[in-house]
Write a protein that binds this ligand. Structure first.
Ligand code: UDP
Length: 265
């Protein structure tokens, strides 16, 4: 299939498949593909807190593209095909496994609260946790026993998910350390890709400062969604800093929405 020749479908005629808190999924140009659209909405505490933050969607689209493209390049399978425009990317359609897979390197957030471990404490080893994706239940933490007993994933799938999570964590930890950022923790989601009578688990959804905790190595400044959760302000500036350090945005690239600029000859 040639994904480079994408048929143009006007936004108004596209079929919307699913709308989430921060993204919308539309029908894709070819069977087995979808278009993932990044909105500017920020939510926290199970959507009890909500705000539109102009520019967030554009930044997450670019940062997630960068991460997923590199994962594809090192042989970690993902749903990402290519970015289409400022807010959208072409992805493979998968059946989402109803789990949030959290990998932690440093204590923070719910782990610190639940177990009384001070935020910032380096963990003795990386820890993988599973949460059942269910807004009504507030995404409760579950064990492998729950996952297999209730059929959310098979034991083999859990093994595959954990192997992927470790590879993603190793890649991301190195990537971010190289640009002076500590990967404290992150959340990923997986999907089942049905291909030639076979099913395999691949990385899906997004990986961005919305789903990671990223701390500046030197100052410990938070460069992630905790700026919104904890009312610290400066979220777009922090995400822009991450994008710049990754080399995605040039130093003087203007934020989205600014008017035309006179190019001096
Ligand atoms: N996370 C996420 N979506 C969620 C819950 C958590 O992306 O619905 C991410 C969060 O950004 C952090 C990691 O998963 O990087 C661990 O989050 P934690 O369990 O500490 O929960 P929180 O403190 O965010 O409620």
């Amino acid at each position: 299939m040639d994904f480079n020749k994408t048929r143009y479908i006007p936004m108004s005629r596209r079929r919307r498949i699913y709308e989430g808190k921060a993204k919308v999924l539309y029908e894709g140009p070819e069977p087995g593909t979808l278009i993932q659209h990044f909105k500017d909405d920020a939510t926290a505490f199970n959507a009890k807190k909500h705000q539109v933050i102009e520019g967030k969607g554009v930044l997450n689209n670019r940062i997630s593209e960068y991460i997923f493209q590199h994962l594809n390049d090192i042989g970690v399978p993902t749903h990402f095909i290519r970015r289409l425009n400022m807010r959208e990317q072409l992805i493979r359609e998968v059946e989402i496994v109803p789990l949030e897979v959290v990998v932690r390197n440093v204590a923070a957030g719910s782990l610190s609260q639940r177990l009384g471990i001070e935020e910032g404490t380096q963990l003795p080893r990386s820890i993988i946790e599973f949460y059942y994706k269910n807004d009504q239940l507030n995404d409760p933490m579950v064990s492998e026993e729950h996952i297999t007993a209730f059929g959310w994933a098979t034991p083999q799938e859990i093994d595959d998910i954990m192997a992927l999570a470790i590879r993603v964590n190793d890649f991301l930890s190195g990537l971010f350390l190289g640009i002076g950022i500590r990967l404290v923790d992150f959340k990923m989601e997986c999907g089942r890709l049905f291909e030639n009578e076979m099913v395999r688990i691949i990385v899906a959804d997004e990986i961005s400062p919305d789903s990671c905790r990223l701390w500046d190595v030197k100052s410990n400044e938070k460069l992630d969604k905790d700026r919104f959760r904890r009312d610290l302000g400066g979220l777009v500036e922090a995400y822009t800093e991450v994008a710049k350090r990754l080399g995605i945005m040039s130093e003087n690239e203007r934020p989205a929405g600014a008017g035309p600029v006179l190019v001096k000859g």
